[in-house]
Write a protein that binds this ligand. Structure first.
Ligand SMILES: Cc1cc2nc3c(=O)[nH]c(=O)nc-3n(C[C@H](O)[C@H](O)[C@H](O)COP(=O)(O)OP(=O)(O)OC[C@H]3O[C@@H](n4cnc5c(N)ncnc54)[C@H](O)[C@@H]3O)c2cc1C
Length: 378
């Protein structure tokens, strides 16, 4: 086993909590800090493909996530009036179905409860003030005036990672020209799996979250000024949804009533170049690779990162060798997901702007091929 004993994890999101749970179970001494005083996870859902469930299983929470979520098969790809043109998603892996839809809030709770069960103590409302990253130790000053020394620090603090900035410098995200709208609903009785409906100007997904709830996502192109005032969110989302003349979508429109519950955001990516580590600080999840949700796989990558890092930390070798093995096992796979997601996003953008797609462009085929690649062992 490497000589790492004491670990600081910065960020208690999906990746940070997954790493904390697995490392604690493996016998490491783990501190985890979270910027926010309380979790304020928004109420829409997240798609977990079979590879995400396999990774959650490695830290012992896949069954609970499926029990409290909504497992389903492949996603049906349909034209806006409902005719099915294909299907997409990761094939099942062993006992894990193609997909589990789950509320983000519930996924957070599943992780947090497991963390409490294994004895992790979160320090909420705390960030890093400064990091002295030496070859043999990392000394960290926290924003609450305390400090600590660690064998390693894991930066799991998301797309705008402060740790990444302090240790590696500035990296900027790229806006892909698309926005996403999300809203949670009562689940219609006839929602039997996930659906994606394609329109010429946007696409709409309907995803189960629990037996009683589902959410939609809708991708649109809002141009160079994608800011939308809050008082326009409800009407604009309803207008977009009305372009799908099928009972499943039409039946949901009247439930869109509260602008505060419309989760609207622009889509950005970030690919941190290698190496993802310097001395004793290593980067994980969105902090290293932020993708757009075209493959529904960003969180899956963060959980897989955590699982691989935990495995590598239990092997022999220096910290540098350990981090290097971790990064090499993760780099190509994460890059593939971000690259393919960017390609799918670029094709969507062309379509929404009435421009021709490149010859041979086939979204369903690319999604299927990538879904298959994600079943490979990590
Ligand atoms: C619209 C949209 C839809 C998506 N849908 C899916 C999907 O269906 N399936 C999927 O797998 N992925 C999806 N993703 C991607 C997924 O949400 C992210 O990849 C995932 O949340 C990354 O986890 P993370 O732990 O790396 O980062 P985060 O979830 O961002 O967590 C980072 C944590 O660090 C904390 N933090 C930040 N700064 C500091 C600091 N300075 N100090 C301490 N703590 C800090 C934050 O508060 C947060 O708790 C989607 C993303 C978007 C934008």
């Amino acid at each position: 086993m490497s000589n790492v004993k004491k670990i600081l994890i910065v960020g208690a999101g999906i990746g940070g909590q997954s790493a904390a749970i697995g490392l604690k179970k493996a016998g490491f001494e783990v501190d985890i800090i979270e910027l926010h005083k309380e979790f304020n996870v928004y109420g829409v859902g997240i798609i977990q493909q079979a590879n995400a469930l396999r990774a959650l299983d490695a830290i012992g929470v896949a069954d609970e996530a499926m029990r409290r979520g909504s497992p389903y098969g492949k996603v049906k790809l349909c034209l806006s009036h409902g005719v099915q043109i294909g299907e997409a998603g990761t094939p099942p892996i062993g006992r894990f179905p193609s997909h589990n839809g789950i509320s983000r809030k519930i996924l957070h709770e599943v992780l947090y409860e497991e963390a409490q069960r294994v004895g992790l103590k979160y320090r909420m409302g705390v960030s890093v003030e400064s990091i002295d990253n030496q070859p043999d130790v990392v000394n960290v000053a926290f924003t609450d005036g305390t400090s600590g020394s660690y064998d390693i620090v894991i930066a799991a603090d998301g797309v705008n990672s402060k740790v990444r900035k302090l240790v590696f410098g500035e990296y900027k995200t790229s806006y892909v020209g698309l926005s996403v709208w999300r809203y949670a609903f009562k689940r219609p009785a006839d929602l039997d799996t996930g659906y994606i409906f394609f329109n010429k100007k946007h696409k709409l997904g309907v995803i189960p979250m629990t037996a009683e709830a589902c959410y939609i996502f809708l991708n649109s192109a809002e141009g160079d000024n994608p800011h939308i005032p809050e008082d326009q969110l409800v009407e604009k989302l309803k207008a977009y949804m009305s372009a799908y003349p099928i009972p499943l979508v039409q039946g949901l429109i009247s439930q869109v009533t509260d602008a505060k519950l419309v989760n609207y955001r622009i889509l950005e990516t970030l690919k941190m170049p290698a190496p993802w580590y310097k001395n004793r600080v290593v980067v994980l999840g969105d902090a290293a690779h932020t993708t757009i949700p075209q493959l529904g796989s960003g969180a899956a990558l963060a959980i897989e990162d955590a699982v691989v890092l935990i495995e590598e930390l239990q092997k022999e070798g220096s910290v540098e060798e350990t981090f290097d093995r971790y990064m090499k096992r993760r780099y190509d796979r994460c890059k593939m997901v971000v690259d393919v997601s960017e390609t799918l996003g670029a094709w969507e953008l062309l379509e929404y702007n009435d421009q021709p797609l490149p010859e041979g462009a086939n979204m369903g085929m690319l999604m299927g091929k990538t879904g298959m690649a994600l079943t490979e062992e990590i």
